[in-house]
Design a protein around this ligand. Structure first.
Ligand code: SF4
Ligand code: SF4
Length: 413
């Protein structure tokens, strides 16, 4: 999209806001601050003013930087405002005029599996050091309160019993992602096993980053290149199963990222969240026949699953089907935990405040396990769980579903 087209598109997107304010109480940064400039309505007004030349783009940057990109405002909006697109196009506009080298370097390191592995390896060499905080300090020259958990050891699961498996009825692709494959390879292991239990095998391909974090940060040209490479890597019409909410949300919307590409829209239509896929394939019935787990579980809605993809019922129905599980509701379950991609590194105070709020709600359920569907939320909430004495374990929904069959629930190291 040419710059003038992007600007017109951005202005048009903002015209759908009727300033009703219905979104305000759903917005975590407004709830925390009470400040209109930290609300969706305020941010849209600022963007519209900048597109009209009434405000300078760099002057509205702090308000946009403080936005989580959680899209809770979209779910709440009666007018159908596409806030996620507004944010991405506005961030792109700002970053083109005023590049942020520290942010670019951080994006590069968190979306490269080899660089992530290097950072985690460094973490092992420097016990007690907070590696992402050190990285953030290196990049920006500022001290960050943020850290992330060290990687957890892989769980050794027994081989699948072929006599109990259904005949193979199809193939799918599995998106490996960047953070997921490095931080939580056990989630891919669980997902592959569940897919096989549902009668599907994974068609293996070399694949790179989907561009999700770049898109959310407004680096749309980089995200487009990554999208095109991923489309090329997964030809044909096989479903593309994704177990990372942020990636799934972005890929489903490749048509927005590449508006002149029919291939991008068609590719997005093939994407299905892992919980959505299993649910669609009758897996609730399979889970009811599983060995089960005797434990109390609650569920945190990852923003890009609940707000980005509007998937809330399927994971809950799958979890509730496990014999012996008591699934208890979580207050503010669809409020962002503060992780939000690289937000917790760039905006540590707000991220920390939202994490403590999330953890307090989780603790109030007295659940032994909190399940979720995104690696960012998983790592961030697990950090709070460690700091608060490991009274609750954080698991990806896929891990818990697989544990229903094996009886082996992987806990934090
Ligand atoms: S974004 Fe939607 S809910 Fe929020 S003020 Fe605008 S129209 Fe109302
Ligand atoms: S994306 Fe989230 S933080 Fe940003 S304005 Fe919307 S609700 Fe608020």
């Amino acid at each position: 999209m040419k710059p003038e087209q992007a600007s017109e598109h951005l202005q048009e997107l903002t015209t759908h806001c009727i300033r009703c304010g219905f979104c305000l109480e759903s917005c975590p940064t407004f709830v925390e601050t009470g400040n209109e400039l930290s609300s969706p309505r305020g941010r849209i007004y600022l963007v519209r003013s900048a597109t009209e030349g009434k405000l300078k783009w760099e002057d509205i940057r702090p308000s946009l930087d403080s936005c989580l990109g959680c899209r809770a405002c979209e779910t709440a909006c009666p007018s159908g405002v596409q806030y996620g697109q507004i944010l991405e196009f506005a961030r792109e506009r700002i970053s083109k005029d005023h590049p942020d080298k520290a942010k670019e370097a951080l994006l590069g390191s968190t979306t490269s599996p080899s660089m992530l592995r290097t950072q985690l390896g460094l973490g092992r060499l420097l016990p007690g050091k907070r590696i992402p905080a050190a990285l953030s300090k290196l990049l920006s020259g500022e001290v960050s309160e943020v850290d992330r958990p060290v990687p957890q050891s892989e769980v050794r699961l027994p081989d699948l019993d072929s006599s109990s498996l259904p005949a193979v009825k199809g193939e799918v692709y599995l998106l490996e992602g960047c953070a997921m494959r490095v931080l939580f390879p056990r989630v891919h292991q669980a997902t592959r096993r569940l897919l096989r239990r549902a009668g599907y095998t994974v068609h293996e391909v070399n694949q790179g980053c989907c561009g999700s974090m770049h898109a959310h940060s407004g680096y749309l040209d980089a995200a487009r290149q990554m999208a095109e490479a991923l489309i090329h890597a997964m030809p044909g019409d096989l479903p593309i199963v994704v177990n990372s909410a942020g990636c799934g949300s972005t890929i489903k919307e490749y048509g927005h990222l590449l508006p002149n590409s029919e291939a991008a829209t068609a590719f997005g239509a093939r994407v299905v969240d892992a919980s959505e896929f299993l649910h669609r394939n009758g897996f609730v019935t399979e889970l009811r026949k599983s060995n089960g787990l005797s434990t109390k579980v609650t569920y945190h809605d990852a923003c890009h699953l609940s707000h980005g993809q509007r998937i809330t019922a399927q994971p809950r129905e799958l979890l509730a089907a496990i014999p012996g599980i008591e699934l208890v509701p979580l207050a503010e379950s669809d409020m962002c935990c503060g992780s939000a991609g690289i937000y917790n590194v760039l905006q540590p105070k707000m991220a920390r405040s939202l994490l403590e709020r999330k953890y307090a709600n989780i603790a109030a359920t007295e659940a032994a396990i909190v399940a979720t569907g995104n690696p960012g939320c998983h790592a961030w909430i697990a950090q709070a769980a460690r700091e608060h004495g490991r009274k609750v374990s954080v698991l990806h929904t896929m891990e818990l579903l697989e544990a229903a069959f094996t009886g082996i629930a992987p806990f934090e190291d």
